[in-house]
Design a protein around this ligand. Structure first.
Ligand code: PLP
Length: 367
């Protein structure tokens, strides 16, 4: 029987992770972040799992992602927050699909109000220098929000948010203090938001002071650790993504033969290679070659030579590996699978990037 090439998402793990995170941050709530195709896991499936686990809020980067979730069947009883908007964003779609925009400027707030969006969250920058309103812009933004609230009342400020830089505990607390200044500024304009949210995975675990009313959690819900020095298991989490690939063919090579483009690897002795059908077009870094291992059966074997566009090579020596066997690239190390963190470290990046980059070309199924 031929092995499966693609991602298997462990729905039970997503549900268990949600329960773990929700219990940890309680009494604060959780906004389950499913942007970037659910960190590569499939946004709709991940969202549904979190909703089934009790999520009342989902977080996405933009309105398009929110609309896609509605089309996938996430009904309007589940709130969706979207925080990154194109310069010409059409907020009528937010109103139409019941998506709550977080607004970062007077123009976004006004556009949302003109589109009769019933509620917005105000997004302020407290140190990340990304999409929130910077402090010098707060007076005008908060005044406008106050005026809108006192006006026809069609658009109210339901929430206040900011996002942490995760630079250090002291920096996180500085950002929290800045958020408090924003809260005070809103109050001076007659606005007391129902929901203040700041922390994401890292701070929600390590800096409990920043949990506020809700934590916007992504990575931890997928069972991965945001910390270099703590594993998923250390945090009571189960990695939900397992990537496998079927052996397409085996190739004998002789000692000294170069393998794949540029011959970055030469066989030190006569050996056999297994070719598996995932490559950089699928989001697997070209430089993974010579730096990571896959598991086939109960053994691990190194990936050798440059990863190609659609394939990579595995040095299987004289092991009993055959066409159709399944190689595990990464999964849950608690089950003996390689860890995605090893793949990330191999190319100098973080687990976030490796899972999020697995392309939409790769089949996904839920177990
Ligand atoms: C604004 C915002 N909130 C929350 C998150 C979730 O972060 P994490 O995956 O670290 O929990 C992200 C992700 O980058 C984000 O951009």
């Amino acid at each position: 029987m031929s092995g499966y090439t693609g991602i298997t998402v462990d729905r039970e793990a997503l549900i268990a992770n949600y329960a773990t995170v929700a219990a940890q941050v309680a009494p604060s709530g959780v906004i389950a972040v499913v942007k970037a195709n659910g960190y590569g896991h499939g946004a709709a499936e991940a969202a549904q799992a979190f909703v089934d686990a009790g999520a009342e809020w989902l977080g996405v980067a933009d309105i398009d992602e929110g609309v896609a979730l509605r089309h996938a069947g996430i009904d309007e009883g589940v709130r969706i927050l979207a925080w990154l908007h194109a310069p010409d964003e059409d907020f009528r779609r937010a109103a139409q699909y019941g998506i709550t925009p977080a607004v970062s400027s007077v123009s976004q707030l006004s556009a949302a109000a003109d589109s009769e969006v019933p509620a917005v969250h105000v997004c302020v920058d407290t140190g990340l220098s990304r999409n929130g309103a910077v402090e010098s812009e707060w007076p005008e933004l908060f005044e406008t929000a106050g005026r809108l609230a006192r006006g026809s009342g069609r658009t109210r400020v339901e929430g206040l948010m900011s996002h942490l830089s995760n630079a250090s505990r002291a920096d996180d607390l500085d950002q929290d203090a800045a958020l408090q200044r924003a809260l005070d500024g809103l109050a001076a304009n007659g606005i007391v938001p129902d929901m203040v949210h700041l922390a994401a995975s890292a701070a929600s675990i390590a800096v409990p002071e920043t949990r506020r009313d809700a934590a916007r959690v992504g990575l931890a819900l997928y069972g991965l650790s945001p910390f270099a020095d703590r594993t998923s298991a250390d945090l009571g989490l189960r990695p939900a993504m397992r990537v496998t690939a079927s052996v397409l063919r085996t190739v004998p090579v002789r000692a000294g033969d170069g393998v794949s483009y540029g011959y970055t690897w030469r066989a030190p002795a006569d050996t056999r290679l297994a070719v598996i059908g995932l490559g950089y077009a699928d989001g697997f870094d070209r430089d993974f070659g010579n730096r990571v291992s896959v598991r086939i059966g109960d053994r691990t074997f190194p990936v050798v030579g440059r990863v190609a566009m659609n394939a990579m090579h595995v040095d299987i020596g004289d092991a009993e590996v055959h066409v159709g066997d399944e190689a595990v690239l990464w999964g849950d190390p608690a089950n003996g699978d390689p860890a995605v963190e090893d793949w990330a470290a191999a190319v100098g990046t973080i687990n976030y990037e490796v899972v999020a980059r697995v392309g939409r070309s790769v089949e996904r199924r839920t177990s």
